[in-house]
Design a protein around this ligand. Structure first.
Ligand SMILES: Cc1cc2nc3c(=O)[nH]c(=O)nc-3n(C[C@H](O)[C@H](O)[C@H](O)COP(=O)(O)O)c2cc1C
Length: 195
């Protein structure tokens, strides 16, 4: 962080139910890099929150709406999502895509926008993605499906994906032996903090 520069606020969203899982390890490396570059990081374990799926009521799109009306833990998460400069989304591949916890979170982002997307707190938000999968190949594993979903969603709302790190691992902690990937994740954290 340069003198006089505002400290970057980064929100890390963990989409795995495993607290010490591989995607979390990657998120921790991103955090390490971001903190070393002066950013302030808060980590959210989505699986530990009460987050209901979007109910499709469109209350968030009505005139003079105050946003999502679903009364759950998203209500305390929304202000953090809005206030942060950047998000890190970490998820394993479950059945050829992101986990259900992550997808529910993504759907509930709909509540951040008004009907015309003029109210758009994701515009120019910086995003980093971290993913792990059991297969040896990002295509066969379904990792690419999730990456594509993130690309489509964040492009649609004008957010900027700063980088993606992903790799193969099965058992919790296994990804820690992939030192090259861990270095990439740490570098992504630094990039995110400086972007
Ligand atoms: C329900 C379930 C579904 C999975 N589906 C896939 C899959 O479609 N493709 C794949 O490569 N790995 C799959 N895996 C393996 C996980 O992606 C892999 O173990 C990953 O490293 C777990 O990350 P985590 O430790 O962060 O939870 C699946 C695992 C579970 C439990």
């Amino acid at each position: 962080m340069q003198n006089g520069e505002k400290q970057k606020q980064i929100l890390v969203l963990l989409g795995s139910p495993r607290k010490k899982g591989n995607s979390t390890t990657l998120a921790q490396q991103i955090t390490k890099g971001a903190e070393s570059a002066g950013a302030k990081v808060e980590t959210i374990y989505l699986n530990g929150l009460n987050i209901k799926p979007c109910q499709g009521c469109y209350a968030c799109k009505k005139k003079d709406s105050k946003g999502c009306v679903v009364d759950d833990d998203m209500q305390s998460l929304y202000p953090k999502m809005i206030a942060s400069d950047a998000w890190v989304i970490a998820t394993p591949v479950y059945w050829f895509n992101m986990t259900a916890q992550t997808k529910i979170f993504m759907d509930r982002c709909f509540g951040l926008f008004d009907a015309s997307f003029t109210v758009n707190p994701l515009y120019k938000k910086k995003i980093a993605i971290a993913m792990s999968y059991g297969d040896s190949d990002p295509f066969n594993s379904g990792c690419v499906n999730a990456l594509r979903s993130f690309q489509d969603a964040f492009r649609y709302v004008g957010a900027k994906i700063v980088g993606m790190v992903y790799g193969s691992a099965e058992e919790p902690g296994e990804i820690a032996s992939n030192t090259e990937l861990l270095e990439q994740a740490e570098a992504l954290g630094k990039k995110l903090a400086r972007s």
